[in-house]
Design a protein around this ligand. Sequence first.
Ligand SMILES: C[S@@+](CC[C@H](N)C(=O)[O-])C[C@H]1O[C@@H](n2cnc3c(N)ncnc32)[C@H](O)[C@@H]1O
Length: 262
Amino acid sequence: MSEPAPDRYDLYERAAQSPDMQARFLRALHEAPAGEPVTLGEDFCGTGAVARAFLALDPRHRAVCVDRDPEPLERLRRLAGDEPRLAVVRGDAAEADAPAGIIAALNFSIGERRTREDLLAYLRAARSRLVEQAGAPGVMVLDVYGGTDAFVTGESEVELRDGVRYVWEQRHADPLTGMVENAMHFLPAEGPELRDAFVYHWRLWSVPELADALAEAGFARLAVYDRFGDCIDDAGRVYPWPVTNPDELDENFVVYIAAWTR
Ligand SMILES: C[S@@+](CC[C@H](N)C(=O)[O-])C[C@H]1O[C@@H](n2cnc3c(N)ncnc32)[C@H](O)[C@@H]1O
């Protein structure tokens, strides 16, 4: 009998996400005292892996997940089960209105807003959803890649467990428009290959472009991080430290931008 085709969402989560650390990082960026419950809005959530990990951190945390694609939301609902602390919304992230203390748009999803007008409309909507929780301001968190090869085409490859090779391809890049096309391929040692498992045509915003847009959308201050934090304490807290000197960045980097409402 032939091998069953691997689930592309399972492969995606293994290749592109570290939900537990991402959840701890997001909680650390929220300035409420440790132990206070917070609501996470995961926009462009896909399968909501970060929200699921966030709920697992504290039995009083809540989450609201938004995506326009019903397919990953179906997987999210199946994996989350009957979880009363989770709301799942199918629709455009720019039209979401559920309040949250943290809003995250991760894995370069901000590139789905391809024009400055669309970017600002989304950031303004997110800003208006952010509420104070446990006396701390709301925080919006985005990630983006950049560096010397940001507009270079090519492939990079890593091996996942079980010998599956994961290939990230940038097959088109236009530095004049900022548009890039990325594809994710999964090549198991045996069984069928999953080429073009996910394909994205999106805008590669720069850090300063996003910083300007966040300020224009009403955010009061921001910081940039190139890692989750170098240590984790006995209570599972991480301690993120922002990058302030560009010499600290790798030649090619992925950074998180956090922006607070005050
Ligand atoms: C790169 S995936 C990110 C998934 C997840 N956030 C992560 O960290 O891996 C982008 C997701 O954005 C969703 N999406 C694209 N445009 C959207 C929009 N306007 N509103 C809501 N979701 C959108 C897609 O369906 C897809 O699931």
